[in-house]
Design a protein around this ligand. Structure first.
Ligand code: SAM
Length: 277
């Protein structure tokens, strides 16, 4: 793949730990797209796609963003759907895709993915007796504003999810505020309002809010027919400078094979180890 450089278009600014996220996500993209090739029509959905290029803050180092990583795998997906709220980001992404992967089948949705979820789902090809469709949906927000109703709607398809759970940056900082009964934020995130009683109990047992929320999330996703995911299978990403936890990457699937891929990602996703291809 072409090395990422400043191309004069709008780009995102990220912390240096973002390279860890990109490494894990691109390993999973590779395993999924190659492993499912020929068996399924493979669809990549990025609900928070960004501009496709990011500069590491206070450096001149550039990194490809998640849409470009997914487009440049060895065995590209059959279809891509990119949603992005910011017009500037989406314009830059379109130009990059045109330059780097002009032949790819790509659809763009500009706006809030929660509001645009029907439009997004309509772009996922329908399954039929002659076409089995399997999607991989990357959900990478800055905060916990992805509504569970959005996830539930996507999960009406056959789809694996990789979530960035921004449990420290957003949820932990605002825990007291969000626990206020008048505040709907976590109700919308979890798709249920009865978590406050369980949080009071968990707090009594010494549990911290990010872990509580991660486990609540996994149990909610389970109600959609997904396999159970224990907390230790969620990959914690920490900031390089202060070594503070920032978020967890969590894979959710209805198939054991996806978890085998995820285990490989966790094994080879360590920068000290080389991936075997
Ligand atoms: C963490 S960045 C994601 C970057 C990208 N996934 C990557 O890894 O390169 C979050 C992106 O989501 C966009 N965004 C924020 N809220 C959104 C929403 N409700 N719907 C869609 N995009 C949103 C932001 O403009 C930003 O580009």
């Amino acid at each position: 793949m072409m090395p990422p450089n400043d191309d004069g278009l709008y780009h995102d600014e990220v912390g240096s730990w973002t390279k860890d996220k990109y490494r894990l996500v691109s390993l999973y993209d590779e395993l999924f797209s190659t492993g499912m090739k020929g068996k399924w029509t493979r669809v990549y959905v990025d609900l928070y796609s960004g501009s496709g290029l990011a500069r590491v803050r206070n450096t001149s180092r550039f990194l490809w963003g998640s849409p470009i990583l997914a487009l440049t795998v060895r065995d590209p997906f059959d279809k891509y759907v990119f949603c992005e709220k910011s017009e500037d980001s989406l314009r830059a992404l379109r130009a990059r895709v045109q330059r780097l992967a002009p032949a790819a089948d790509v659809s763009y949705v500009q706006g809030d993915c929660n509001d645009g979820i029907e439009e997004i789902c309509a772009l996922i090809p329908s399954a039929s007796t002659s076409q089995r469709v399997l999607s991989f949906c990357f959900v990478d927000p800055y905060d916990i504003s992805t509504r569970f109703s959005t996830v539930r709607r996507v999960a009406e398809h056959y789809v694996d999810f990789l979530f960035l759970l921004a449990l420290y940056m957003d949820a932990n900082r605002n825990a007291a505020h969000y626990a206020d009964p008048g505040n709907q934020k976590i109700d919308d995130f979890l798709g249920r309002a009865d978590w406050r009683e369980r949080w009071a109990e968990a707090q009594g047992e010494g549990k911290v809010f990010p872990r509580f929320l991660a486990e609540e999330y996994a149990s909610q996703i389970r109600t959609l027919g997904y396999r159970p995911v224990p907390f230790h299978k969620m990959k914690q990403i920490r900031s390089d400078e202060k070594n503070l936890p920032l978020y967890h990457l969590a894979l959710f699937s209805r198939s054991d094979l996806a978890y085998e891929y995820w285990d490989q990602v966790l094994k080879y996703g360590n920068p000290q180890r080389d991936f075997p291809f």
